[in-house]
Design a protein around this ligand. Structure first.
Ligand code: IVH
Length: 718
């Protein structure tokens, strides 16, 4: 096989090879930029795109005089994505949990019943899960006023002008509709319309869309509504957000009202009375999947009674009253051309298979994750064989699988097609980016060797530094507009102390440093005075930052968005949080117990926090950052009028009108902290029959104790 130049390590390139490689990278990156920004039809993953740019930067760093006038590193910020104004969703737009098996359906029904503490199976609805984009349409006094995309669930893009061009969406609602109603549903493109659109694009010399979903997204993101008007978009209404009055008593009837108002609703929505009926309807929809005329990727089940939906409420990202039963993943065979190693934010070395591109379920796949060293060798998590022990080699024909938006996986190897000269893959034991040792740690408690090999370079590893910065500025963390992955790489690679960004605090000192340096950022190709001004403004706007975004942005292992929110809510302010983390890291038992008592925070999270804050260099980086920013106190949930907001409540004994989970979820929704044991910090104990030692303890400490009825009375109507 001829050597793929992409595989040559940067260090081994001579001048001539480097120049050729820079020319190739410039063209290839420009091609992907066009696909991504112009057509909404990327061919490669963000990670692969990032790898191309990183390679370009690394070669330029070795041969600075070979930097081309059309270098991608100078084109930073050039392709500005279409910009729409932002809309804050009055009620967040959540996603759905997934399940894939019949057993999963039975579990879902069981969980609903056990949360509600009921024996009889409630009524559910079942309907197709449309593969499009979710949309929230706000009507005030019967008129469409805003249409917003889901965005991050809290803030979406204002696409009202484009939505008005969709004929299926009424501009006005008939008399009798609530004063305020947000109708939610899916914008999608029918398969026939998609085919016709691609045919037209072909004739007009435009770029083809990979599938109807991308076509719908691309059509909606047009800055000029006239372009959207020429695109055949459709809509199904299936949910709602803000309301001035209730719509109906059930999910089914609420959707019927949408139909009465003129919205398209899906004809395959039915009511079911058992898990078996749900599964039967799933099978029916699955058998009609190919002839529906639009893409669906599963079936959505929802509790029909809105009163029960209300009681079930939400987890951090999804409702407890609904779930998606997804169709099985689609598979295809292709060849592994190479195996590359990516270095992540926490130093994890992740192998990625570079594949002969193949279409799986309408999407071209050229990369698949290989997870870790053992996965390549054919060893599973518990040491048991994977794929009957078949390893994965460069040159192998493999079976890949793609489910929804999940990264494609290599699920099997076809040994009969293995080339005679294919060799077992040698996993690197040094970091490909910084050369530090890469090790597999042994978990002290379990004695097990971690499946992940990690670079030990920490902050000296450029890959880890860059990934941490990308995480820091990402949408759910600091969300700094104009400072995306590409810009982070650009600033990180700069050699100018007045302009480079190596750690988070550097972002906030950039403007000052720039103004006292010699080089103006505005003189860099692709920047310009306006984009520099905008960048500085968006950085300024984030000096005041939500506490959970800060905690998440620090990039501590195991602290995802959900945990960051739990911590922010539990500690309330940065000062409380940081003080506790410092004493906790020093081993203070009371602080550690408090941390462990936060519902949802387990030993792994607590340890990750103490590990992080126990490191001097992490505290120094945090202190530096905090000298530039002001964290805002955490917002308590529904505190207006809540008599339990900010109170610590303990439930004990058996509750008769609600389950323990439900009681806890309600209390938290109303801004209370729910603790498992009574201490000086407890404000209220809610005791049912059979309460024992906790009651005694409460009496000793003089804490208020009430019964279940009194509790319900206290929170009534909230
Ligand atoms: S209900 C609170 N019903 O699936 C959740 N969602 O994976 C309300 N989707 O973001 C969503 N068809 O964009 C619901 N019949 C359907 C759906 C549906 C497609 C999408 C929706 C949502 C995503 C979650």
């Amino acid at each position: 096989m001829p050597a793929d130049p992409f595989l040559l390590p940067v260090d081994s390139l001579d001048r001539e090879a480097a120049a050729a490689e820079l020319a190739r990278l410039s063209a290839e990156i420009a091609h992907h930029d066009r696909l991504y920004h112009g057509e909404d039809a990327p061919e490669i993953s963000d990670a692969d795109y990032d790898a191309l740019r990183a390679r370009n930067i690394a070669i330029e760093a070795r041969f600075p005089d070979l930097v081309r006038p059309d270098s991608p590193s100078l084109r930073v910020g050039a392709p500005v994505a279409a910009t729409f104004s932002e809309v804050r969703h009055v009620r967040p737009m959540l996603s759905l949990d997934n399940l894939f098996t019949d057993a999963g359906v039975h579990d879902f029904v069981k969980q609903v019943k056990s949360f509600l503490g009921i024996v009889d199976t409630p009524v559910f609805t079942a309907e197709p899960k449309i593969d499009g984009l979710s949309m929230s349409l706000r009507y005030e006094r019967g008129r469409l006023v805003t249409a917003a995309t889901r965005g991050d669930g809290t803030m979406g893009e204002n696409v009202t002008a484009n939505i008005r061009t969709i004929k299926e969406i009424p501009d006005e609602l008939p008399p009798g509709a609530p004063d305020v109603v947000e109708v939610r549903g899916e914008v999608y493109m029918k398969k026939a319309d998609f085919a016709a659109l691609n045919e037209r694009m072909l004739n007009e010399g435009g770029k083809l869309f990979a599938n109807p979903r991308n076509a719908a997204a691309g059509s909606l993101r047009q800055i000029d509504p006239k372009v959207t008007a020429g695109r055949p978009l459709s809509f199904f209404a299936y949910a709602w957000g803000d309301l001035s009055e209730p719509l109906a008593a059930t999910q089914y009837d609420a959707v019927r009202r949408f139909a009465d108002w003129g919205f398209p609703v899906n004809p395959l929505m039915v009511r079911c009375h058992s898990a078996d009926e749900l599964i039967a309807h799933y099978r029916l929809i699955e058998s009609h999947r190919a002839d529906l005329g639009y893409d669906i990727d599963g079936v959505v089940y929802k509790v029909d009674s809105l009163a029960l939906q209300e009681r079930l409420g939400f987890r951090s990202r999804s409702p407890r009253w609904a779930t998606a039963h997804k169709f099985p993943a689609e598979r295809a065979s292709t060849i592994v051309k190479a195996i590359e190693i990516q270095v992540g934010r926490t130093g994890a070395l992740t192998p990625v298979a570079k594949l002969e591109p193949v279409t799986v379920g309408g999407v071209v796949v050229a990369n698949a994750t290989l997870h870790n060293e053992d996965y390549i060798k054919g060893i599973g998590q518990d040491g048991a064989p994977l794929r009957e022990g078949r390893d994965i080699r460069v040159g192998d024909t493999v079976v890949i699988q793609r489910a929804g938006d999940v990264i494609p996986q290599v699920v099997d190897v076809r040994l009969e097609l293995r080339p005679a000269d294919a060799l077992p893959y040698q996993f690197p034991t040094v970091c490909p980016r910084c050369g530090s040792h890469a090790v597999r740690e042994t978990n002290e408690k379990t004695g097990k060797v971690d499946a992940v090999r990690r670079c030990t370079g920490g902050l000296i590893c450029p890959a880890q530094q860059v990934e941490r910065l990308k995480h820091f500025v990402s949408r759910n963390a600091f969300d700094i507009e104009g400072l995306g992955d590409k810009q982070v790489e650009f600033f990180h690679a700069l050699d100018d102390a007045h302009l480079c960004i190596h750690t988070p605090v550097d972002i906030f000192t950039l403007e000052r440093r720039e103004s006292s340096g010699l080089n103006r950022l505005a003189n860099f190709p692709g920047f310009g005075a306006t984009s520099v001004k905008n960048l500085f403004e968006s950085i300024e706007a984030r000096r005041r930052i939500d506490l959970h975004r800060l905690i998440f942005g620090l990039g501590i292992r195991h602290i995802g968005e959900g945990n960051a929110k739990l911590l922010a809510r539990a500690y309330g302010s940065w000062d409380h949080f940081y003080a506790a983390m410092k004493i906790g890291a020093a081993g203070d038992p009371e602080t550690l117990a408090e941390l462990n008592a936060i519902d949802g925070v387990g030993a792994v999270v607590a340890e990750a926090l103490t590990d992080f804050f126990g490191e001097e260099h992490n505290r120094a980086a945090v202190d530096a950052l905090l000298s530039e920013i002001t964290p805002l106190d955490a917002e308590a949930p529904v505190t207006a009028g809540s008599p339990v907001a900010g109170k610590t409540v303990v439930f004990t004994g058996s509750l008769e009108k609600m389950t323990r989970d439900e009681a806890k979820a309600t209390a938290e929704r109303l801004g209370a902290k729910v603790a498992g044991s009574v201490s000086k910090k407890t404000d209220l104990v809610v005791a049912g029959p059979g309460a024992g030692s906790k009651l005694t303890k409460a009496a000793e400490l003089g804490i208020e104790v009430i019964g279940e009825d009194a509790w319900l009375e206290r929170i009534r109507g909230l």
